[in-house]
Structure formats: structure tokens, C-alpha cells
Design a protein around this ligand. Structure first.
Ligand code: COI
Length: 351
């Protein structure tokens, strides 16, 4: 792509709208294992109409970001964690596990040729990396595919939620759940996101940016949101407790979630992973004991939540501005990612 057009895109990339010039592909078949790793021009891929992924949705993906550092180099955040989760998702979807070295090498290879697509240092923008794998065997039998394709694409990205770092409203879905125990909730598979689209459309109709789900069994416990995990802050001043739903088996183990648990402890918060019920949210929200709520994920980073709305009312949190803990954690995390603060946890990897 001409440099002038790329500069225009990088000035206002949006989220997931533009893609770099290349992609990485690696094939797998049961007979030969992983082979034919290649960096090829980004472009359409053609598939036989009977390709398995098109029928039974055997597909997984990851999301991670590469950040331009102040010295011009490019680094990604905890890519080994994404590589490990990609293997875990593959295992749940009966797909082959891509060795971590190949996953990490694919990131480096793509960045080697598409380095200029990483937005400048110092801003909110980054290069979003989207590894995914699909079942490419042709046939209509319902069984694990004997052929798969790993693909890595990249997209310059601004904030996932438009409107700046302002609290968003979220919609509590009482009609639908996201995942059940024993289902695919802990896997990052396309099917989970397909199932979230109808509730998400309902949320949008109600002016909400995301849907918050309850557990599938009792419809009582807060689970997570359609595309990110959720945190609750209780108290203020000297005693601050941060609570996030414990990974019960239906919640995606977010890399940002895990990192925030570490950072929150370091700033002296009491950090608790436990089940948190909708009743508790209503009760403690009503008397102001919940001081902040935020969502977190690679795409969403940390997004403050100002209201949880539902069919019969709403829980309002805060005063319409991002809370102090939300802001502090966001700054701590993004400063590490952008090389503006020391990487004391050794989370960053130069690509
Ligand atoms: C991410 O945060 O990387 C995600 O995967 C969310 C995405 C579905 C936009």
C-alpha cells in the first residue's frame, strides 16, 4: 500500500477496519503435521464450499497487540500467554496444538515485513494481532478435521469503544447466557462470539456498549461480558477491594485480567477472585459500596462502566467519570505496554 494511504489510516485506524500488507499461513494435516509456513500478501482466501469450518464452526482465535516503543522498536505484551491459550482453545475444539515457538515466530515474521504498520509511540494506538485457526478439510462428516490452517493477520487499532475513556453502559442479559460449564466458555472460539451477537444487538438497542452475562446454571452469578472480563471495586481510601469473577470453567482467562490482578495487588488493593451475584451487585451498588466497575481485555484495554442496565432497572456506579482505581490501573498497564514505565514483570517481548 502506498505510504501516504498508510499514514492516513494510521492517523485514524478505528478497530479492525484496516489490515497490513501481509499475513502468515501455516498448514497442518494429520499425516504431515505443521508445514509450509509462509508470509504471503494479505488477501482473499478461497475455500471449497464443503470446507468443514463453514459448516461446524471448528475455529479458534487469539488477540494481542504490538506497541511501538519510545526507541522505535516494537514489542508485544505477554505473547507466550496467548500462545498457551491458543493451544488450550485448540485442544477444546479438537484441533492441533500449534507449538509456541511457531506462534511466536509467526508474530516476528509478520512484524518483519509489516513493521511500518505499527502506529507511532506515545498514543492510544497499537497494532492488533489476530492469530486464528480453521478446519480446512473438505467434507460434511461431523468429526475433528484432519486438515487445518493457521493464519495471522494484523490490523492497526485505535480504541475498541469509541467516545474516549468515558464510562459505558452495559446490558445485563436475562434472556441469554454466554457459556455453560463443560461448554466452550474457556476457549476462544468463534462460536462463542457468534452466540453473543443476538444479545449484543439487544444491548445496542438499549444504548449499551456490551452485554454482561450471568452463569448458565443458576442465572445468578456474574460471568463476563461479550468481549471482555469484568472487575468491581469496593470501598475507597485506605481499604479498596477489587473483585473479579473466579474462573469457574465458563469464563475466558483473559491475559489483561491476569495482569491487572498482579498490578492491583502491587498498589495495595485487596484482590479477590470469587463468585459475585447479581443480588450483591444490586444491593451494594444501591448503597454506594461499589465504587467502580470496569471491563478489561486486549481490545478493550480497561473500559470504565458507569451503569449496568437491565429489563427492570439499572445499577449506577460512580459519577459519570472514570474512577481513580480504574484510571490508575489503566495507566500502570498501558505505561508498561508502551515502554513508558519499567517492565518489572518481564511482560514485554521485542518483535
Ligand atoms: C480481544 O480483546 O482481543 C478480543 O478478542 C475481543 C475481540 C473479540 C474484539
Amino acid at each position: 500500500m502506498p505510504e501516504s494511504r498508510r499514514a492516513e489510516i494510521l492517523a485514524d485506524p478505528g478497530f479492525g477496519r484496516h489490515f497490513t500488507d501481509h499475513m502468515v499461513t501455516i498448514r497442518w494435516s494429520r499425516d504431515t503435521g505443521w508445514r509450509d509456513a509462509a508470509v504471503v500478501p494479505y488477501g482473499p482466501m478461497s475455500f471449497d464450499p464443503a470446507t468443514m469450518v463453514l459448516h461446524y464452526g471448528q475455529e479458534i482465535f487469539e488477540g494481542l497487540k504490538a506497541y511501538r516503543q519510545p526507541d522505535g522498536s516494537i514489542a508485544s505484551f505477554r505473547p507466550e500467554a496467548n500462545a498457551a491459550r491458543f493451544r488450550a482453545s485448540a485442544s477444546r475444539l479438537a484441533m492441533p496444538q500449534l507449538p509456541d515457538e511457531l506462534f511466536l515466530a509467526s508474530l516476528r515474521e509478520l512484524l518483519d515485513v509489516d513493521r511500518d504498520w505499527a502506529p507511532p509511540a506515545g498514543g492510544e494506538e497499537s497494532l492488533y494481532l489476530r492469530p486464528f485457526m480453521l478446519a480446512t478439510e473438505v467434507g460434511l462428516g461431523v468429526r475433528p478435521a484432519a486438515e487445518c490452517l493457521y493464519v495471522l493477520i494484523a490490523s492497526p487499532a485505535g480504541p475498541y469503544f469509541t467516545g474516549g475513556i468515558k464510562p459505558v453502559d452495559v446490558w445485563l442479559s436475562t434472556d441469554y447466557t454466554r457459556a455453560a460449564l463443560g461448554g466452550t466458555g474457556t476457549a476462544k472460539c468463534g462460536g462463542n462470539y457468534a452466540a453473543s451477537l443476538l444479545p449484543q444487538a439487544q444491548g445496542t438497542e438499549h444504548g449499551c456498549a456490551q452485554v454482561l452475562y450471568l452463569d448458565a446454571e443458576e442465572r445468578r452469578w456474574i460471568d463476563e461480558m461479550g468481549s471482555n472480563n469484568v472487575f468491581f471495586v469496593f470501598g475507597s481510601g485506605d481499604h479498596i477491594e477489587i473483585v473479579t469473577p473466579v474462573l469457574t470453567g465458563s469464563i475466558l482467562a483473559g491475559v489483561t485480567r491476569d495482569s491487572l490482578l498482579v498490578l492491583a495487588k502491587e498498589i495495595g488493593c485487596q484482590v479477590t477472585e470469587r463468585r459475585i451475584s447479581w443480588e450483591e451487585l444490586v444491593e451494594r451498588g444501591a448503597d454506594g459500596r461499589i465504587t467502580e466497575v470496569f471491563g478489561c481485555g486486549t481490545a478493550a484495554v480497561i473500559t470504565p462502566i458507569g451503569r449496568v442496565r437491565h429489563a427492570n432497572g439499572e445499577v449506577v456506579v460512580g459519577d459519570g467519570e472514570p474512577g481513580p482505581i480504574t484510571q490508575r490501573l489503566r495507566t500502570l498497564l498501558t505505561d508498561i505496554q508502551r515502554g513508558a514505565a519499567p517492565d518489572t514483570h518481564s511482560w514485554m517481548r521485542t518483535l
